[in-house]
Design a protein around this ligand. Structure first.
Ligand code: FMN
Length: 323
């Protein structure tokens, strides 16, 4: 098994994970909930729920609604605020015998900088994931990460301050995602978390009501995997030397292999963990099975190996609509 572990280890720009499978933000609680249910040392890293400067009460309940092949969710990023997180939750997460990546979200540039400062020098923090799907309160825009310059400004500021690797979690539905990715990497981000959840609405017709207390939300689970693959494919071709972590719809080893083929270096598992806490471990085991069956040594052997025609990506003729 030690050989398997070595073969699965992945270096994401300075943070070395025992396996390329992480638990996605918001899906692992404080880590305590999972210990006993899953061998966390077999998980590459846990990403904390997203932390803000001040405590966040979050969305009204219900916060999760089932949908075909997925869930619609809106937690409103409920969290205790960075001070309580650092003093109470972080030490518990760090006892979970895997690496801890802390997800942060601010409404302003200054908040991101202060959040990074609050995590500075904490030995429990192996990396920071910068959540960029929230509103930009300073520039009054609905999604900070949708704007190339702004995403780069924020991710760059965090990266310049941080002593640990910084991953920018970009919204998969941003228009010109590869351009945002290039700018964020140029600004100093170590890597990118690509995918996540597209916007969604659940409707309960019998009561003429939305299924979520927060009304609108986000779709996650198997339904979004093809969108994740597309986003990872586009982004990893734009920044081929940058670690890309795929998130959205991954629940089996085969799903992870599909993400590696599209260009991912590692994957995150979210919704599948809510259904089966051991899902990240079975995803890792599924990766091993696939590699063994193909006679391959590591996930890097399949990374970005999707065979596409040489003509793919060429500028289309005028009468070709590109579809
Ligand atoms: C209940 C729930 C809570 C979540 N909370 C967060 C969060 O705090 N921060 C974040 O960046 N993403 C959050 N997510 C999104 C996941 O990290 C992930 O990007 C998304 O669910 C897609 O992956 P999946 O299809 O494997 O679930 C949450 C998802 C769910 C279902």
């Amino acid at each position: 098994m030690a050989g398997v572990k070595r073969a699965l280890a992945v270096d994401l720009g300075g943070i070395v994970l025992a396996t390329p499978v992480m638990i996605a933000a918001g899906c692992a609680g404080t880590g305590r909930e999972l210990s006993g249910l899953v061998e966390l040392r077999k998980v590459g890293a846990i990403v904390s729920r997203t932390i803000s400067l001040e405590p966040e009460r979050g969305s009204p309940t219900p916060r999760i609604a089932e949908s075909p092949s997925g869930v619609v969710w809106s937690t409103g990023l409920q969290n205790p605020g960075v001070d309580a997180f650092v003093s109470e939750e972080l030490p518990r997460l760090a006892r979970s015998s895997t690496l801890v990546v802390v997800s942060i979200a601010g409404g302003t540039l200054e908040e991101y900088v202060r959040l990074t400062g609050a995590l500075q020098g904490r030995p429990e923090v192996s990396a920071i994931e910068v959540y960029l799907s929230g509103p930009d309160l300073e520039l009054r825009r609905p999604m900070l990460g949708a704007h190339v310059d702004r995403a780069a400004e924020v991710a760059g500021a965090v990266a310049r301050m941080s002593m640990v690797p910084v991953f920018a979690k970009l919204p998969m539905h941003a228009s010109d995602l590869p351009e945002v990715a290039r700018a964020v990497v140029r600004a100093g981000a170590t890597g990118l978390t690509i995918g996540g959840s597209p916007p969604a609405l659940d409707v309960r017709p019998e009561r003429l009501r939305p299924g979520l207390g927060g009304v609108t939300g986000w779709l996650s689970g198997p339904a979004v995997l093809p969108m994740t693959l597309r986003a990872v494919f586009d982004v990893s071709r734009a920044v081929p030397d940058t670690p890309v972590i795929a998130v959205g719809g991954i629940r089996t080893g085969e799903d992870a292999i599909e993400a590696f083929l599209a260009g991912a270096w590692a994957v995150q598992v979210g919704t599948a963990t809510l259904i089966d806490p051991a899902a990240p471990v079975s995803v890792a085991q599924g990766i091993v099975r696939y590699l063994r069956a193909k006679g391959l040594a590591t996930p890097a052997d399949v990374r970005a190996r999707l065979r596409v025609p040489a003509s793919f990506g060429a500028v289309p003729d005028e009468d070709d609509d590109g579809r």
